[in-house]
Design a protein around this ligand. Structure first.
Ligand code: SAM
Length: 355
């Protein structure tokens, strides 16, 4: 095997764009180097236009609960955070968000939340079925953490199409540095495999610059994703939260996050890649730069305004301005100014290989 400190050159980056792959040593060198960022972004943009033209898909994000039984070391809504003011939305509130979202042009609703035992299969399936009945033309995405195979199956049968569950880190030791012992890497992988088997369009991903993360860990994340072959890949910088064990850890950088988005676009030309709120939080033009680096999804907040501030995963999380679904006109203008076009479509994955 070649040394993992191999050098990389422009030709290798071009090669990545053609073959959607590179050997380990080259990919690792690319993750570590800022020298090819401009080239990476322009190749990523070219590929995303081949697959998705200039379209940016909008997802209406509804943060249904900030109760969580877990204690992930990085997360502001962790169970042990006594300063977090807890809320959960009622079925009526969630349906009202969908109604507003539909009239604003959203054709995907993403229900996200902490792992809140209140949301039993019965309760959440009833909500999903009601949304499915009222909005047959919309995709329903769930992001509610780890549940049993039977639970995922019931949610799918009730009408959910997509599920987002980040793997967080594909290096087991690193995973264990981010999570308490009640959470295991194996369980996470089992959940992702179950979701795929059941038929969900699956999204996974990781934070960039999370505490203890190495470039080798990021390489492992890329290789893991290649095996999983998800439809959506969500990445964003780690941003510390004052009431967590990682309060004093440095944030991830926009520079590395953008490079990872571009690398993901080249490795996964077909994928739906969001330009995340976390990226917009650490950089004033983060969302637009994410799009230019190959992202093709944005997820404005559709939650009731009164609860938005309470879903505080990290310090200073954006929830107003163009992050807010109500400011969709402003958001569309910003997307257009970046050279793309926000569309009112479900935006399913473009699996067909065009090249
Ligand atoms: N409970 C569900 C789960 O774990 O998948 C969904 C909600 S969880 C809060 C959504 C994502 O937020 C996590 O996958 C994690 O990567 C991200 N997140 C949490 N805390 C963060 C932080 N401090 N900085 C950046 N992202 C964070």
């Amino acid at each position: 095997m070649r040394s993992l400190s191999a050098k990389i050159n422009e030709q290798d980056v071009q090669q990545l764009a053609i073959e959607a792959n590179l050997p380990d040593d080259k990919l690792l060198a690319l993750v570590k180097s800022a020298n090819y960022d401009t080239l990476l972004f322009s190749l990523a943009d070219k590929i995303r236009r081949q697959y998705y033209s200039d379209k940016v898909y909008l997802r209406g994000l509804i943060e249904i609960t900030n109760y969580c039984k877990n204690n992930c070391y990085y997360c502001g809504i962790r169970a042990a955070n006594r300063n977090c003011i807890r809320y959960r939305l009622t079925k009526e509130e969630i349906l009202a968000c969908c109604k507003e979202g539909y009239s604003l042009g959203f054709r995907t609703f993403v229900m996200q939340g902490g792992e809140d035992p209140y949301f039993t299969d019965e309760i959440i399936c009833d909500i999903v079925a009601s949304i499915r009945e009222r909005y047959p033309d919309c995709a329903i995405t769930l992001s509610l953490g780890e549940r049993s195979y039977e639970s995922y199956k019931a949610l799918y049968q009730a009408g959910a199409n997509r599920y987002l569950l980040r793997h967080e880190s594909a290096a087991e030791q690193h995973y264990n540095q981010l999570h308490p012992k009640e959470l295991s890497y194996q369980k996470r992988i089992e959940c992702l495999n179950a979701l795929k088997e059941i038929g969900f369009q699956v999204g996974s991903g990781f934070m960039v610059g999370s505490p203890y993360q190495t470039a080798e860990n990021l390489l492992a994340d890329l290789r893991f994703l290649q095996k999983l072959s998800p439809d959506m890949i969500g990445i964003g910088p780690f941003v510390h939260h004052k009431d967590t064990p990682f309060a004093n850890c440095p944030n991830g950088t926009a520079e590395l996050t953008l490079r990872m988005i571009a690398i993901l676009r080249l490795l996964f030309p077909y994928a739906l890649l969001p330009s995340t709120t976390a990226l917009g939080t650490i950089h004033p033009n983060g969302r637009e730069l994410g799009l230019k680096a190959g992202a093709n999804v944005v997820m404005p907040n559709l939650s009731p305004i009164a609860v938005r501030q309470k879903y505080e995963l990290y310090d200073n999380k954006l929830y107003s301005g163009a992050e807010s679904a109500q400011a969709i006109k402003e958001l569309k203008e910003k997307i257009a100014a970046s050279g793309y076009r926000a569309v009112s479509e479900r935006g399913d994955v473009a699996r067909k290989i065009l090249r």
